[in-house]
Design a binder for this molecule. Structure first.
Ligand code: SF4
Length: 254
């Protein structure tokens, strides 16, 4: 187990990380990665040629990104985008969110669903960031090692492994590869992972297939592709630029 080494300096250093989680950060290469690496490189190039370098609205500021990621869970893009804008329009600073009442927070973000739960989470996150990291939490977060950043983020309410990886990738510049529902579905169909692979299993070995330094662009491109073309119910394989590299697409065209 990995022990969080005395960070933050308030004595709350009890978060531990299993060897399994550490292995996710170490980006271990599965034995079959050599076979798939050229395929994933080609998929990355084709998707980027199709979509450009897509942006999903994520933030370079880690504090803003934490709030954005919490609001984006289990809801649709227009709803969480609107909730995020309302939140930061009404509360200009982290302290204002930490001092807001549950009702005030609910009024801003309730429209994105899970309002009561998420209001409590955002309130606690604001309070914790100030208490643990002081007046400039974003700067402190950017100085952490990948293990410390992951541990700290996971200790915040509403931040699971995928959310922690997203924040690390988008705003802390770590080369980690979050596996969300779109990434999982598209790469299952392509044939990189087994159709019934559990999410934690996919998260444990998919990063090993991703070319070094290309995690962010591939992740964003797969999300866009999963939303527009490789949709859950009926993928539009005839419009797909990676069809020749996809097991499902090749089968469908026979
Ligand atoms: S060929 Fe079809 S199943 Fe394969 S990635 Fe493209 S849209 Fe998805």
């Amino acid at each position: 187990m990995y022990c969080w080494p005395g960070f933050p300096p308030n004595g709350r250093n009890t978060t531990t990380m299993s060897e399994f989680t550490l292995s996710l950060l170490r980006r271990q290469k599965p034995r079959c990665a050599k076979t798939w690496l050229p395929g994933i490189q080609a998929i990355t190039d084709l998707l980027l040629a199709e979509y450009g370098t897509p942006t999903l609205g994520n933030y370079r500021d880690p504090v803003k990104e934490i709030f954005y990621i919490v609001l984006s869970a289990k809801t649709t893009e227009p709803l969480y985008q609107a909730a995020y804008r309302r939140l930061w329009k009404r509360f200009r600073t982290l302290s204002e969110i930490a001092n807001a009442s549950a009702t005030e927070l609910y009024e801003c973000i309730g429209g994105a669903g899970l309002g009561t739960k998420r209001s409590a989470q955002l309130h606690e996150i604001a309070r914790r960031l100030i208490a643990d990291l002081g007046s400039n939490p974003g700067k402190r977060l950017k100085r952490l090692s990948s293990e410390d950043a992951y541990c700290y983020l996971r200790s915040l309410p509403g931040i699971g492994p995928k959310s922690a990886f997203c924040i690390m990738m988008y705003s802390l510049d770590f080369d980690v590869f979050p596996v969300d529902t779109h990434v999982h579905r598209v790469l299952c169909r392509v044939g990189v992972i087994r159709a019934r692979a559990k999410h934690y299993h996919a998260q444990s070995y998919l990063p090993g297939f991703v070319p070094q330094g290309r995690s962010r662009e591939l992740h964003a491109a797969l999300v866009v592709h999963g939303r527009r073309i490789c949709t859950p119910r009926l993928p539009s394989c005839q419009l797909c630029v990676i069809r020749n590299l996809c097991k499902y697409g090749r089968k469908a065209s026979r």
